[in-house]
Design a protein around this ligand. Structure first.
Ligand SMILES: C[S@@+](CC[C@H](N)C(=O)[O-])C[C@H]1O[C@@H](n2cnc3c(N)ncnc32)[C@H](O)[C@@H]1O
Length: 250
């Protein structure tokens, strides 16, 4: 009973916060874009707090092991995760990697990631940097592996982010990218609130950035979800997460 009252109060509070801009005269479209952006685009404010602390790490939890397997990380790797969110992947799936770096645009996410990786940061084997995927603050050929998951769909210019990932990878380095989901054949690539790429266009983007040996695979995301987030998962499509791999030529 107590849980229902707390959940109801939290939902009412979140609803009030979310609707506040409407009361200040925003159009429905502006309102929706703002809510979506603060929730998941670049988490900020109270909605972003709930999403970054609680929902996103759970929602993406089942994606991380699939990406770790695809990356095949080794202790000698130097890994960059672009749009690293709250750092769960780096902390739990790259703990054995010699050096890890994460970059994200959200203050909330950066703060969480820094706390999660505090020990590694203190020992000099991890860094978490606030910045834009379109302008990475590292010198060329810095990393042996680069990844980005659940985020590229929301980048305004994914080709710029890919060019930057290519630049900071050393020759022979690998990129492993979660780039949306399988779509029916004949689907046109489109950009609304998020990018939806067909397979040929996703592959083309990565090849155009200079990567070679580009391959595209699909994985069904199956987690052990429980509670409201589990319910949310069951209501969304989780079959066919697209993983694109590429190598920077040596
Ligand atoms: C849906 S979350 C995914 C986070 C993380 N990859 C994960 O799987 O948990 C998307 C992340 O992309 C970040 N982001 C969005 N646009 C960005 C940009 N231009 N540069 C860097 N990070 C960005 C957001 O702040 C957010 O943390």
């Amino acid at each position: 009973m107590r849980a229902i009252v707390v959940a109801g109060a939290a939902a009412a509070a979140a609803g009030a916060v979310a609707l506040a801009p409407r009361a200040r005269g925003a159009t429905w479209e502006e309102w929706f874009t703002r809510v979506a952006d603060s929730w998941a685009g670049v988490p900020s404010g109270p909605l972003g707090w709930v999403s970054s602390h609680w929902v996103m790490p759970r929602l993406h939890g089942p994606i991380y092991p699939l990406m770790a397997e695809a990356l095949d990380l080794r202790s000698e790797d130097e890994l960059l995760e672009v749009a690293c969110g709250s750092g769960v992947f780096l902390a739990h799936h790259a703990a054995h990697v010699g050096h890890v770096a994460g970059l994200d645009l959200s203050d909330l996410q950066i703060d969480l990631a820094r706390r999660r990786l505090a020990e590694r940061i203190a020992s000099g084997t991890a860094e978490i940097v606030k910045g834009d995927a379109a302008e990475l603050p590292w010198e060329r050929e810095r990393f042996s592996a680069v990844t980005c998951m659940g985020s590229m769909e929301a980048f305004p210019e994914p080709s710029r982010a890919l060019a930057e990932m290519f630049r900071v990878l050393r020759p022979g380095g690998r990129a492993v990218l979660a780039m949306g989901w399988r779509v029916p054949e004949g689907t046109e690539t489109r950009h609304g609130l998020m990018w939806v790429w067909n397979e040929a266009d996703a592959r083309g983007l990565v090849e155009d950035a200079g990567f070679v040996d580009v391959s595209v695979t699909y994985d069904d995301v199956r987690g052990e979800w429980t509670g409201p987030v589990g319910l949310l998962h069951r209501l969304t499509t989780l079959e066919g997460m697209r993983i694109v791999r590429g190598t920077r030529p040596g």
